[in-house]
Ligand binder design. Sequence first.
Ligand code: 4FV
Length: 229
Amino acid sequence: MEFHVITLFPEMFDSPFASGIIARAVTTGLVEIQTHNLREHGLGNYRQVDDEPYGGGSGMVMRPEPIAAAIDAVTGQHPGLWRVLLTPQGELFNQSAAAGLAAHHAGLLLVAGRYEGVDERVRGLVDQEISIGDYVLSGGELPPMVLIETVTRLLPGVLGNRASLEEESFSSGLLEYPHYTRPEVFRGGAVPPVLLSGDHEKIRRWRREQALERTRKRRPDLMVKAPRG
Ligand code: 4FV
């Protein structure tokens, strides 16, 4: 899968993907991550990409022309990319949204914002707007990184055993059950005996019950959506 990112800080994408699952996915060719510097599409001698907001107010707004030129340049080279603007006004990102993005085999074009945000007319140049959460970052580079990490894990061949994908939080619509490993007793805290029983059906039932109880307590909002049984 191809990930293309339009950003004013392409160097920020070097280190996050230099190790771990994503690095291996890149090395094995399952994933390709390309950054495109928006500054190259800036206006005039100073390659301007932002300007003052009409109607006044603090901060600067990203101009539509450089972003439009960058999107045209990338989609011209890589037709069929699904174009996503990362913005606090977008639909809230979650595991099922990630699964939806993973289905766009032609690849994703991710637009990273900066300053106070982008000119409203940029919204018409993309297919989807996504927010990674109800908080405001100073820079828009982390959101595309979150998307790339989350989507890459869902791609065939990236994770050793895909079984863990089925079990993990949110893929079943619930929070994950508690995990334990050695030692059996730690500072007086003992591993639940059921996990030492070897009775896999009993262990499966216990984990299901724990996931339900934990979700009820911590994220009742998820219970509404969670599949029964
Ligand atoms: C953001 C979010 C986010 C807003 C102004 C970057 C910042 C600056 N993007 N989900 N939350 N972006 O806070 O996606 O342009």
